[in-house]
Design a protein around this ligand. Structure first.
Ligand SMILES: [Mg+2]
Length: 240
């Protein structure tokens, strides 16, 4: 293993793939299917209501479309059974998910590059464990990570908004945090926390989602894509 860099860990959402964009694409498909099934409303106004529901119940809540349809009076869908409207949206949502969940192209390139150079990679993510794992399986990325290096905060009883999880990961793999890199998109939850645990950090700005946030710690590297990460590693570490 090359000296100086012993492990690279990745956040999942909006780091390995465009989570927010993908989720709203899938929700748009759901709304269109609900209208096709008999909901009499225009797509933009339904999406606006869905945004409010998602904000209120958070993104992992399983009943967004049920709550959405409850906001309509019967005249908006009669004589169609509202459960058919909801189910049409659910099927469209999952259909979109099955066909369209891809990692950023250069994320795969970076993972392949690391693998070729025997720099082991892992994941540190938060969320519902099977949901986070499902994303990695669907994107076909599992093979790039060390089998024991998929760390999901909920399974560890820790939060990603706490440097303890990053320390715990480094302890578990037996590597000094100073020789590890954490790649994420959130200036506080990813970069500040990993930096406080002593890791090097890469802030990936491409999703633009947290562009208004500034963390306490300046990231070791700030990039717009993963090819820039390859350039920095080649520049700063003795890796061939
Ligand atoms: Mg993220």
């Amino acid at each position: 293993m090359p000296g100086g860099l012993k492990a690279v860990f990745f956040d999942v959402d909006d780091t390995l793939y465009a989570t927010h964009y993908f989720a709203w694409e899938a929700r748009r498909k759901a709304v269109e299917a609900m209208i096709d099934a008999g909901l009499r409303a225009d797509a933009e106004s339904v999406l606006e209501r869905l945004r409010i529901v998602v904000d209120r119940y958070t993104s992992n809540y399983p009943g967004h479309l049920d709550r959405l349809i409850e906001g309509y009076s019967e005249e908006a869908y009669a004589p169609v059974n509202p459960a058919i409207i909801v189910a049409s949206g659910v099927v469209a949502y999952h259909g979109h998910k099955e066909r369209n969940l891809f990692p950023y192209e250069d994320a795969k390139q970076l993972l392949e590059w690391l693998r070729d150079r025997e720099v082991p990679a892992g994941v540190i993510t938060s969320g519902i464990p099977t949901k986070q794992a499902e994303k990695l399986v669907r994107m076909d990325l599992v093979e790039y990570f060390e089998p024991g290096w998929i760390f999901i905060s909920q399974q560890m009883g820790l939060s990603k908004e706490d440097p303890a999880i990053y320390r715990e990961v480094c302890n578990t793999i037996g590597v000094d945090p100073r020789w590890t890199i954490y790649v994420g998109d959130h200036p506080m939850n990813d970069i500040d926390m990993a930096a406080e645990a002593g890791m090097m950090t890469v802030l990936c700005r491409r999703s633009g989602h947290y562009s208004n946030l500034v963390g306490r710690h300046k990231p070791t590297y700030e990039v717009a894509n993963f090819l820039e990460i390859i350039e920095y590693i080649e520049r700063d570490f003795p890796i061939r």
